[in-house]
Write a protein of this length. Structure first.
Length: 368
């Protein structure tokens, strides 16, 4: 008798993950039947962008902090891996023999059939994580020890600096960015590449990573850390009075959010075979903020769905030259009309008419 209520809780917990896992192959089959399987490319890219936005939603919706530099973290991860996997280390091959033995460096062919000694994409990935973690810690440690919008200002400045450095350095390809980034042998039989032959595999990999990130964030939200973050969001002074180390929790969430953005940047770069400085621009960071706000910030599933849909439409060119204007208008409308996101009022309306069950805890933040 005591275990009877467990089933609804499990359904509510695992249901969205199962639905997304089932929706991915269903959408694939529908596109194949319609002869539009090429759309998987934009869906894959949209899934990588959605990972960035869901990480930002954890920071904004639960820690109550705004970052205007997540585009820079995305670019930092992508560029770090791109530079290491395209730069030729052949001139130092003797001194770096140990790196070749450890498989940190590999020999590959360039576009013209020549041989290059470059970093293994796995080495590039971990290097990107270390670089991003260091940069985020340098920004977040002083900014998050203070109350107010210091993190937003610090990350905005960081993004502007990164964008300027990328466009002014020959190492990063200046305004042209870096092309010719090699494919990534992620696992046996699974290559991160934009080639049409592996389009389906990369589609499922991107959605699998998105589901894994959502599961991770859901567990964080419903853990002791999540409860502490909710206390900080509701009132930082009160949380401090309760003995919660608010600066430490905010810093940890900020670092995790930055690492998710950088990891997405690495996968995105190897998938598309290149990256440009526009990924680090302030407008791209503002787009992530707009998408997080549109999904409801503290509603991770809403953020993921809205981000997937709008990024897909953008990548398909639905908004044309008004792309940035659309996301700017979206942000203003959300702030003015639905600060908690459009999905939360819609869910409340569905509950009123009886299509959704009523929640027992009205103070619930909308976590998945």
């Amino acid at each position: 008798m005591k275990t009877a209520p467990e089933l609804p809780r499990r359904v509510r917990t695992l249901g969205p993950f199962v639905l997304l896992a089932l929706a991915a192959p269903a959408l694939h089959l529908a596109l194949r039947a319609a002869g539009k399987e090429y759309c998987l490319t934009q869906l894959t890219m949209a899934a990588y962008y959605a990972i960035v936005v869901t990480g930002l939603a954890l920071l904004m919706g639960y820690a109550g902090q705004v970052s205007l530099g997540h585009g820079a973290f995305f670019a930092l991860g992508g560029y770090t891996s791109a530079v290491l996997t395209t730069y030729d280390f052949s001139r130092w091959s003797t001194a770096l023999e140990w790196a070749r033995d450890a498989r940190l460096l590999v020999v590959r062919e360039d576009l013209y059939g020549g041989h290059l000694l470059t970093a293994n994409p796995w080495a590039g990935f971990f290097a990107a994580m270390v670089v991003t973690l260091s940069a985020a810690a340098l920004i977040g440690y002083p900014a998050l020890r203070l109350r107010g919008h210091y993190l937003a200002m610090a990350t905005l400045g960081f993004g502007l600096i990164v964008a300027k450095l990328l466009t002014g350095s020959n190492l990063t390809g200046a305004a042209d960015g870096i092309n010719g980034v090699p494919e990534w042998n992620f696992a046996p039989g699974l290559v991160v590449s934009g080639k049409s032959a592996v389009r389906g595999e990369n589609y499922y990999l991107a959605f699998g990573l998105l589901i894994a990130v959502l599961l991770l964030l859901r567990n964080i939200v419903h853990s002791r850390v999540g409860r502490a973050l909710k206390s900080i969001h509701d009132g930082e002074k009160a949380a401090n009075a309760m003995g919660i180390n608010t600066a430490r929790y905010k810093l940890k969430v900020f670092l995790l959010s930055a690492l998710l953005a950088a990891a997405s940047g690495v996968f995105f770069t190897h998938y598309t075979g290149g990256i440009g400085p526009s990924e680090a621009g302030a407008l791209k960071s503002l787009r992530y903020v707009a998408l997080a706000a549109a999904g409801g910030m503290s509603n991770l599933w809403g953020v993921a769905i809205v981000s997937l849909a709008l990024n897909y439409f953008s990548l398909r060119g639905w908004f044309g030259s008004y792309d940035n204007a659309v996301f700017g208008t979206l942000l203003m409308l959300i702030i003015a009309l639905a600060p908690s996101g459009p999905l939360q009022p819609a869910a409340a309306w569905l509950r009123r008419i009886g299509l959704l069950p009523r929640t027992r805890d009205p103070s619930h933040h909308g976590a998945p």
